[in-house]
Design a protein around this ligand. Sequence first.
Ligand code: RIB
Length: 308
Amino acid sequence: MPSVLVVGSINMDLIVRCERLPREGETAHGEDLLMAPGGKGANQAVASSRLGARTSMVGRLGEDEFGARLRAGLQEDGVDTSAVLADPDASTGVALIVLEPSGQNRIVIMSGANARVGAKDVAKAQALLSGTDVVLLQLEIPISTVAQVAALAREAQVPSVLDAGAATREAVDAGLPGLVDVISPNETEAQTLTGVKVSDLKSAAEAVRRLRAMGASEVVLKLGSDGAYWAGDGGEEHVPAFQVDPVDTTAAGDAFTACLAVDLASGRDMLTALRRANAAGALACLKLGAQPSMPAHDELEAFLAGHT
Ligand code: RIB
């Protein structure tokens, strides 16, 4: 069983479904309000644990009701939260998610305690590195913290996988593409990082090459319903997606990246891992909410067996 360390964000997601997004200055009616655990870090920790990896998380919550509920949820999913700090000086992160009938979403995050993940948490991550097979990072905590953890992982010869959500140019300035072993943006994040608008396989290949030129050794560009485009020292390939009818695409990328990290840490080759990650992403589109939709190991194997 591989061991995964996630250093990242934890949010309570407040989700409203609506017929269409309001225009500027317009008020639109939404449907029911759903509250579900989220945050890219926590989503990936839950996915990693459900997929069978021993998973620990480093991050911060507020000392509030959302914080207590989110910690309990992570623990129920088997994630070790002993390195998750309850910060008395900040509130728990919240994400406001508007969901369109197509399953597509728009997200605004209020970082709260996630913005305070810093030196103390880096030290906790460093202490956990010795028992870790792969470190899983995202960009919803301070970039300087992500860069420090990535550098420590490299020093300790522990591979790292960076999900580049929510990307800013600061990640490039901090040298993150060259500090991690695998970087995985989606199309929007790839555009932020490289300036290339990803609209087809040709532009995907261009964005991936630019990230390689920034020092990234393995780049996995998530293309949603088009699958993933990978480039690394061993080659370059488009891996098509499994087609599903999405209910909610929120956190599909989190399921994808977590599955990729778990599979690489389990010794699977990149192309096999990518096919499985596409399956995990597809499964995550079939249920409402971020963590509620993270697939479990048996679900993933059954889906793959049905799609040979
Ligand atoms: O990737 C999806 C996640 O992004 C949501 O759960 C939300 O919390 C934001 O962090």
